[in-house]
Design a protein around this ligand. Structure first.
Ligand SMILES: Cc1ncc(COP(=O)(O)O)c(C=O)c1O
Length: 377
């Protein structure tokens, strides 16, 4: 957000900045979702949602989605909560579960809010660095080694923001075997589960076993799948005790998200999912293109994105040439001199890289990469 705001300030001064900073789809929310919101408003669905944890029609649509796409069964009334974006769901879960000093294992590079939310709830983030030669995924051995008697939770985010990697179903299962005997709760952040490339298939962590289902909170939202970032609507599914604790915190803080947005997300989840497929195909086309161009630059190493809409190249091989010593200096210099906005890897706990979002047009991608190429040669 800091990068986006500096880029915005430069734009206001008349500078033509190409931004790879955005963490949101560049498409408008599809018509049928907007129409469902107008209809809900016209029908007077503008009061507090009851219960605050979300209206039943949406919870039922979430249950159908999880059954259809994730091989998961939940009880709509007791095992689903509707939240102010995926972000609130994650925060409510940390707030409900963590006691002071509890450790939460967070694979790096990570989405920026995990450690901050853990710290706000008096927990202690424990980082596990993803393996660079595996596109930054972590191995079961690494997970095992990070567990201590204070470990309360593990964050599992696939497809990853910022890494752009996605665990295969086999890899997800192997990680689940490590936790099969423990009471550790897995936070499975599945915001990008519909944005997978190269014909990959998805496996939800909670679907790995009955034990996993009992120890997992599955998080998702309308934000990335349906281009609904500004609607602020997300959800989580988990065993009843966890959802009920999260709902208690929610009633004393936000009272949940806006009622008509809930009907709009229900319409999205129940719609013909070809709307998502169109987004997915366009993101995949961009993923292939951006990878090809970035990896042809001397000193830049990167994996082709497997999911989400981010690529996370290792640019540390260019630091000497650019005369910088870390990713923050790299990103500032790139913005000031080449007018290209990227997010420094330091924000995600991996200083060798930068994150580029390709949720921007192909034309902007090419202009930005032309400038980066010039900057780096
Ligand atoms: C991995 C991940 N989790 C959660 C979120 C939060 O999503 P929302 O906008 O629905 O709060 C984001 C958004 O950037 C994300 O990338």
């Amino acid at each position: 957000m800091a990068v986006t705001s500096r880029a915005g300030a430069m734009r206001r001064e008349g500078v033509d900045v190409v931004s790879f900073g955005a963490g949101e789809p560049d498409f408008p929310t599809p018509d049928l979702i907007r129409a469902a919101a107008y209809k809900a408003i016209d029908e007077g669905k503008t009061k507090y949602a009851t219960p605050a944890s979300g209206v039943l029609p949406l919870k039922e649509a979430v249950v159908r989605k999880l059954r259809r796409e994730n091989e998961l069964e939940y009880d709509a009334a007791n095992e689903v909560i509707v939240t102010v974006g995926g972000k609130e769901a994650l925060f409510l879960a940390f707030a409900s579960l963590l006691d002071p000093g509890d450790e939460v294992i967070i694979p790096a590079p990570y989405w920026v809010s995990y450690p901050e939310q853990v710290k706000l709830c008096d927990g202690v983030p424990v980082y596990v660095n993803g393996m660079p030669d595996q596109g930054f995924k972590i191995s079961p051995e690494q997970l095992e080694a990070a567990i201590t008697p204070r470990t309360k939770a593990v964050v599992f985010n696939s497809p990853s923001n910022p890494g752009g990697f996605a665990y295969t179903p086999e890899e997800t299962e192997k990680l689940s075997h490590v936790l099969e005997e423990s009471e550790i709760v897995v936070f499975s952040d599945e915001m990008y589960d519909r944005l997978l490339y190269g014909g990959r298939t998805y496996k939800s962590y909670a679907s790995c076993s009955e034990h996993a289902r009992r120890h997992t909170i599955t998080f998702n939202a309308g934000s990335k799948t349906y281009a609904m970032t500004g609607w602020r609507i997300g959800y989580a599914a988990a065993p009843r005790e966890i959802i009920s604790a999260m709902a208690k915190v929610q009633t004393q803080t936000t009272s949940g998200t806006s009622t008509f947005a809930q009907y709009a997300l229900a319409a999205a989840l129940d719609a013909d999912q070809s709307i998502v497929d169109e987004f997915r195909k366009e993101f995949e086309r961009r993923a292939v293109h951006i990878h090809k161009r970035l990896s042809s630059i001397d000193g830049v190493r990167c994996f082709e994105p497997q999911g989400a809409f981010y690529i996370f190249p290792d640019v540390s091989g260019t630091f000497d040439r650019v005369r910088v010593s870390n990713s923050i200096e790299f990103a500032s210099k790139l913005l000031e001199e080449a007018h290209v906005a990227v997010v420094p890897g330091a924000a995600f706990g991996m200083d060798s890289g930068i994150r580029l979002s390709f949720a921007t047009s192909m034309e902007q991608i090419d202009t930005g990469l032309d400038r980066m190429e010039q900057f780096l040669t």
